[in-house]
Write a protein that binds this ligand. Structure first.
Ligand SMILES: [Zn+2]
Ligand SMILES: [Zn+2]
Length: 252
């Protein structure tokens, strides 16, 4: 392959980019930390063409900002709902700002067609009632990004250590135990009196996290923490939406 022009800088950058899968331009520049980032991206693509990989710089500022705002709202949703209503999703579109902090004019129609595209590309799942949650693809491909960006909000299954956005939690509020439904099923099996693997309290299996738990999407989106990735443009706002949403989704 035509990677003879590659230096260690190229290789290191690619390694980081591949492990993250998705990053803001600020992070990319941080990683690169030299001038001429555009030239650098050009060199990367030249080197990667032969293996049909491409490092794509987000061409489209609007869709990039929108999908990251949606991830933010979904992960931050109250009470570990890990979903937002379609009204809340459109509300996010209305708040988008560019790097100069100027509003990005995104019409409702454009926002809706972007949401359709995110669902079609399998970054998001839309429930029958119109609630949006993270897809299996997002959870798998972006797990490093999600864990690094939302280390306080993202929950990991106590048994398999993978991210869990739909499953069961311990009845004890202070207990950190979260389980995928399938992991809980395997672990508790035929136990007569299931107990929490972390704190040994009785496990009812009825305190749930994620979409299937709810007949309605959360009424607010909490924004008390900055996203760590890029310094976060938004703090302390709230989505203030309510709309029904939530029903059966694949186990994630
Ligand atoms: Zn698990
Ligand atoms: Zn517990």
């Amino acid at each position: 392959m035509a990677t003879s022009g590659f230096t260690n800088t190229h290789r290191l950058f690619l390694q980081a980019a591949i492990s993250k899968r998705l990053m803001t331009e600020a992070t990319a520049l941080d990683l690169y930390s030299q001038d001429n980032f555009s030239d650098f991206v050009g060199q990367l693509n030249e080197g990667l063409n032969s293996v049909e990989l491409e490092f794509r710089r987000a061409q489209d500022e609007v869709s990039g900002a929108f999908v990251m705002a949606l991830f933010d709202a979904i992960v931050m949703a109250d009470d570990e709902a890990f979903c937002i209503s379609s009204t809340a999703a459109l509300h996010e579109a209305g708040k988008l700002k560019n790097k100069e902090n100027k509003p990005l004019a995104l019409s409702k129609k454009d926002a809706e067609s972007l949401l359709d595209r995110f669902v079609k590309d399998q970054w998001l799942i839309r429930s029958a009632a119109g609630a949006y949650s993270l897809s299996m693809r997002s959870l798998l491909e972006l797990q490093t990004y999600l864990k690094e960006t939302y280390d306080d909000q993202i929950q990991e299954c106590t048994l398999c250590m993978e991210i869990v956005t739909k499953g069961q939690r311990c009845v004890v509020a202070a207990c950190s135990c979260r389980l995928h439904n399938h992991c809980a099923g395997t672990y508790f099996g035929n136990m007569n009196k299931p107990v929490c693997p972390t704190c040994s309290s009785a496990w009812t299996g009825r305190t749930l996290i994620g979409l299937s738990d709810r007949t309605a999407a959360p009424s607010t989106v909490r924004r008390r923490r900055r996203r760590r990735e890029d310094g976060g443009a938004e703090v302390g706002e709230d989505g203030g939406q309510d709309e029904n949403g939530g029903d059966e989704e694949e186990d994630a």
